[in-house]
Design a binder for this molecule. Structure first.
Ligand SMILES: *Cc1c(COP(=O)(O)O)cnc(C)c1O
Length: 233
């Protein structure tokens, strides 16, 4: 676990280099530290090094961590698949939900979000690679879903998220991210809204994502080291 502060500095430097290369302002890209499967101690260490935003993929694990570390005032992002019987926990403990892919999930999150909390920040996950097994709405369905989600009272639609298939083909990788950026512009125009978030890019492809307009990169391995294998909840 040693070296999380060092890893964070390295990742922030990669982000800054990519921002400069893309002609973007410094700190236009936020770093989400993906702490799934990592112990509380690793999150405390990252927090002590100045990291505020953390991403979790499993409901029970994420809620337990958010609750255990509540005194640190961290910002929690849910980034994994979510079944409708677990929306209440996400509505209670998280500040962001990146992986909305069905209206029913968004409706439940809106209904269950307590009035004492700010609206839940939401991204719609888009399956840009068209892989059968991947989560996310098909690109051609994203606008219709965004139109409905935008109307929900306790939710704030912030933008789009994607997890393209891993690829060593830099051109293909960039084209997936460019597609998400273009889809966001289309939705903004069609709905007359501004969406400020493109959640895309991970440890291996954050540079490509930043060059195509990512505003949040979700980085696990490069911050915390490799994860133990874990089965779904
Ligand atoms: C695990 C995970 C990440 C982080 O992946 P790394 O390759 O470890 O950086 C990012 N996004 C999602 C949705 C994840 O589940």
């Amino acid at each position: 676990m040693a070296g999380i502060a060092h890893n964070l500095r390295m990742v922030r430097e990669r982000i800054h280099v990519a921002e400069r290369k893309a002609g973007r302002t410094e700190d236009s890209v936020a770093l989400l530290a993906v702490s799934k499967t990592q112990p509380l101690e690793a999150i405390r260490e990252a927090a002590a090094a100045g990291q505020r935003e953390f991403g979790e993929s499993y409901v029970q694990e994420g809620c337990n961590k958010a609750q255990a570390l509540v005194e640190l005032g961290l910002v929690w992002h849910f980034i994994g698949p979510l079944q409708s019987n677990k929306t209440r926990q996400v509505a209670r403990w998280f500040d962001w939900m990146h992986s909305v892919e069905r209206l029913k999930i968004a409706q439940r999150l809106s209904e269950q979000r307590d009035a004492s909390l700010p609206p839940l920040n939401v991204c719609i996950q888009v399956n840009v690679s068209g892989e059968e097994s991947k989560s996310g709405v098909a690109p051609e369905e994203a606008l219709a879903l965004a139109r409905e989600v935008e109307l929900l009272p306790r939710i704030r639609l912030r933008g789009l998220m994607c997890i393209p298939e891993p690829s060593s083909d830099a051109t293909l990788q960039r084209s997936r991210f460019a597609q998400l950026a273009s889809l966001k512009r289309g939705i903004e125009q069609a709905l007359g809204v501004t969406l400020d978030t493109l959640s895309m890019g991970m440890s291996d492809d954050l540079e490509a994502a930043i060059s195509e307009g990512a505003t949040i990169v979700r980085v696990g391995t490069a911050v915390f080291g490799s994860r133990a294998a874990r089965s779904e909840e």
